[in-house]
Write a protein of this length. Structure first.
Length: 88
């Protein structure tokens, strides 16, 4: 859950903005790989996630502004080919 929420919430809301998950090629590929596992994407609602964090921490976000972004395409090819048991 932290990987899926990091760029969408933690970078801006909690000021963890030195680098995003998208700035780490291996983590970015891993996140997309996980997200593309059958059934995972339908459990993720970015609007709900962002609204929860940005609207429930009044001391961090007293204005209640919820950002639209970031624009992420988690359905891009992840480039992480599965190893067959014989290749391992």
């Amino acid at each position: 859950m932290t990987l899926i929420r990091f760029d969408a919430v933690y970078v801006g809301h909690f000021k963890c903005n030195l680098r995003r998950i998208a700035d780490y090629p291996n983590l970015w590929g891993y996140l997309r790989d996980l997200y593309q596992i059958d059934g995972i994407a339908r459990t993720v609602n970015f609007d709900h996630i962002k609204r929860h964090y940005y609207l429930t921490h009044d001391e961090i976000n007293p204005t209640g502004i919820v950002p639209i972004g970031p624009a992420q395409d988690l359905l891009l090819p992840h480039g992480r080919a599965a190893l067959s048991p014989s290749a391992a």
